[in-house]
Design a protein around this ligand. Structure first.
Ligand SMILES: *[C@@H]1O[C@H](CO)[C@@H](O)[C@H](O)[C@H]1NC(C)=O
Ligand SMILES: *[C@@H]1O[C@H](CO)[C@@H](O)[C@H](O)[C@H]1NC(C)=O
Length: 281
């Protein structure tokens, strides 16, 4: 995305303002967007529950749209036999050439590990999947999942530990999502056709309804909206954040043990057309 388009885009949304650490009750920052009463707020708006039953799932979205943000949420995933369920937490713009940054949690049969699926889209194109197992049972307690998205890089963090970085290499002709404002979306839905062990394991509807629980939505962000002017000052460390050497070495360790799929290693899939960013690392 070039500067001209970026400027056109910025003027079209007219403004950007900075909010520092919107935190508090989750209901202050997000709204239920679909699923009727399968999505519920409780505990004075501090606990949000998404439910999936045989009729459908449910979801919520952030009230604000962001152009760069660090968003985190505490999440407790569907417990027991969660095969076929997918709990997603992601940033996305809208339209055919949309941008998207994904965390998706693919359920599994009891006793088998969840898969954390990550992806980065720019201009409607993804195909940058990396998948991980977790070093804890994500159904027993709440854990913090963070997407940091600034002009330099996208960092996926679990309980504050980075598992993946996608760098901005636009200067080398590699797409990077930085030209469209995005909203946070979360949903719980059924994807038994592909999610668990490649679709071989189906959802056990006798265990329905399935529920995932959310608390403590935090966003440090540039909010894209009409009416206000420019990013105000404040604690803006997230805007420049890159991983320290120490964090990089910790991330490498985690990836060695817990990464189960990396598109950059998938020669069968890409053959001679390995994505350009894979050749940089
Ligand atoms: C959100 O921010 C509050 C206040 O800064 C902090 O105490 C809390 O741990 C944060 N929660 C997450 C999920 O990052
Ligand atoms: C489910 O567990 C099996 C092993 O029991 C594993 O191969 C698979 O990656 C896990 N996750 C999914 C989403 O199927």
């Amino acid at each position: 995305m070039d500067q001209v388009h970026l400027r056109m885009f910025l003027s079209s949304i007219s403004v950007i303002s900075l909010i520092c650490a919107a935190s508090g009750a989750i209901q202050d920052s997000v709204e239920i967007s679909w699923g009727g009463d399968r999505a519920q707020l409780g505990e004075n708006g501090e606990l949000l529950t998404l439910t999936l039953d045989q009729s459908s799932g449910s979801g919520f979205q952030s009230k604000d749209e962001y152009l760069f943000a660090e968003v985190s949420i505490r999440l407790k995933l569907v417990s027991g036999n969660s095969a076929g369920t997918v709990t997603a937490f992601y940033l996305s713009s809208i339209g055919d050439a949309h941008n998207e940054i994904d965390f998706e949690f693919l359920g599994n049969v009891s006793g088998s590990p969840y898969t954390v699926h990550t992806n980065v889209f720019d201009q409607g194109k993804g195909n940058r999947e990396q998948q991980f197992y977790l070093w804890f049972d994500p159904t027993q307690d709440f854990h913090t999942y963070t997407i940091l998205w600034n002009k330099k890089n996208i960092i996926f963090l679990v309980d504050g530990l980075a598992i993946r970085v996608f760098k901005n290499n636009e200067a080398k002709g590699i797409g990077y999502p930085d030209d469209q404002a995005m909203r946070v979306y979360s949903s719980l839905w059924n994807a038994e056709d592909w999610a668990t062990q490649g679709g071989r394991v189906k959802t056990d509807w006798s265990k329905a309804p399935f529920s995932a629980y959310y608390r403590d939505y935090n966003a440090s962000a540039c909010v894209a909206s009409a009416g206000t002017s420019s990013c105000s000052s404040g604690s803006v460390s997230w805007m420049d954040r890159e991983l320290s050497l120490h964090e990089v070495s910790k991330m490498k360790e985690l990836r060695k043990t817990y990464m189960v799929y990396n598109y950059c290693d998938d020669k069968n899939r890409f053959g001679q057309n390995m994505p350009a960013e894979c050749r940089l690392a």
